[in-house]
Ligand binder design. Structure first.
Ligand SMILES: Nc1ncnc2c1ncn2[C@@H]1O[C@H](COP(=O)(O)OP(=O)(O)OP(=O)(O)O)[C@@H](O)[C@H]1O
Ligand SMILES: [Mg+2]
Length: 407
């Protein structure tokens, strides 16, 4: 069971630097603050990656110049594979280094020499609001749902995944990251009390407790909804030119905060590749690509899968395909479709005439106790999603998308 302890525990720190003198200095500095506890040291990138998995630190103090795997690559790996935050330390004050470090997912960047207070502050900021102790609390897993094309049902799948995964005791966090045109609140017939641009403007992205308090309940208490910006241009406050601080990744920070609250996180990633959407896919442990069985949607789904694989380095176990709205009277040739996608189809979701009605009325089927083959097809996937492991990577075998009636 996932629980979060309200007791304050020391922040676990891993110190990574190839120079023993620097490691000593950092340790001495941190001894001044009882809230920090150095749990280990590493001298190069691979060691740091391994230690961040075995020792589960809350935060890693990482030298940028390391032998074998450099600090920046090690940072991406750590951010991707462990829940730890990374604070970069460097003798280089250049903006290019700073930019690369932040892009790799570092939370902060300190130029040597720094003061003990400067270090402590950076570590506090990096681990965010400590009201909820992240130690001992398993991070909730995040699943992002993205559409291959418009209208294929990405929002619908995200909505029902969250409703099925959440309970009154432990609601799911449903996040509308379709930043320009999202409108999940309409499916639930609520007004989102908290929307993305507000979280960013109030400076709450690293403060899980604040976000939790701000979120309203929906779906009979099964979900807590973070709404899309109230107007399309406000998306730029979250991930565009209007961001309060250009170097920050607010979407990533917010998702990490939500995950630290322990419940399942389901993200409606909309479709397309704007910065925030990429951050959402990057920050999710599972990305579900939704398509319909048609040739054009399947071809687009294939492109999305390639972006996930090539640009975001997702493994096969981190991606799933949902084929939505197929006609049960005339099901598509699944094996051809899988060949065209280069991936197995994890979810076969039939046409369900009740869905658009439920969507328009803001009354999800699940809550109306309506029986539905569509829901029955989704249910087993939900249990599996939050316990899913790695599967071997499968490369696309056919270059052309699946076409009806032949190869
Ligand atoms: N399996 C299905 N059978 C019938 N209707 C469906 C099915 N899945 C989704 N729909 C309906 O299709 C419409 C579009 O779905 P939805 O909004 O989830 O798509 P989307 O991919 O999020 O679209 P957008 O690109 O606008 O974000 C909705 O009215 C929804 O109820
Ligand atoms: Mg949508």
């Amino acid at each position: 069971m996932v629980t979060s302890s309200p007791v304050e525990m020391p922040v676990k720190v891993l110190v990574v630097d190839d120079a023993p003198a620097v490691r000593e200095t950092v340790k001495k500095m941190l001894e001044l603050y009882p809230e920090f506890h150095v749990v280990g040291e590493a001298t190069d990138g691979p060691e740091a990656v391994e230690a961040s998995q075995s020792l589960q630190p809350d935060v890693v103090v990482m030298d940028i110049n390391l032998p074998t795997l450099d600090g920046i690559s090690a940072t991406s790996e750590i951010v991707r594979t462990s829940g730890a935050a990374v604070v970069m330390i460097s003798v280089e004050g250049e903006t290019e280094y700073f930019r690369r470090a932040m892009k790799a997912g570092a939370k902060d960047y300190l130029v040597k020499p720094f003061s003990p207070d400067g270090l402590a502050e950076a570590l506090r900021r990096a681990v965010g609001d400590r009201q909820v102790s992240m130690r001992g609390a398993a991070l909730g897993k995040a699943a992002a749902v993205v559409g291959a094309r418009g209208g294929v049902g990405a929002s619908t799948v995200a909505l029902y995944l969250a409703l099925l995964a959440g309970t009154k005791e432990k609601p799911a966090y449903l996040v509308d990251a379709d930043l320009e045109l999202g409108g999940l609140e309409l499916f639930l017939d609520v007004d989102p009390p908290l929307t993305w641009e507000v979280v960013v403007q109030k400076g709450w992205t690293r403060q899980p407790e604040r976000i939790r308090e701000g979120l309203g309940e929906a779906g009979e208490g099964r979900v807590k909804l973070l709404g899309a910006p109230s107007l399309p241009h406000l998306a730029d406050v979250v991930d565009g030119p209007q961001k309060p601080e250009a170097g920050r990744s607010y979407v990533r920070e917010t998702l990490e905060s939500l995950r630290s609250l322990g419940g399942p996180v389901v993200i409606d990633g909309g479709r397309g590749f704007r910065e925030g959407q990429l951050e959402a896919m990057e920050g999710a442990q599972l990305v579900v690509v939704v398509t319909t069985p048609g040739v054009h949607a399947v071809a687009a789904a294939r492109k999305v899968l390639l972006v996930l694989e090539e640009a975001l380095g997702k493994t096969a176990g981190e991606m799933a395909v949902a084929v939505n709205r197929f006609d049960p009277a005339q099901p598509p040739p699944w094996s051809d479709l899988e060949e065209a996608l280069g991936r197995p189809v994890s979810l076969r979701l039939p046409l369900e005439p009740l869905l658009p009605v439920a969507a328009d009325e803001g009354k999800p089927l699940l809550l109306e106790q309506k029986k539905s083959r569509w829901l029955e097809a989704l249910e087993p996937f939900v249990a599996e999603t939050w316990t899913r492991g790695e599967a071997p990577l499968e490369k696309p075998r056919r270059l052309l998308p699946w076409r009806k009636g032949g190869r």
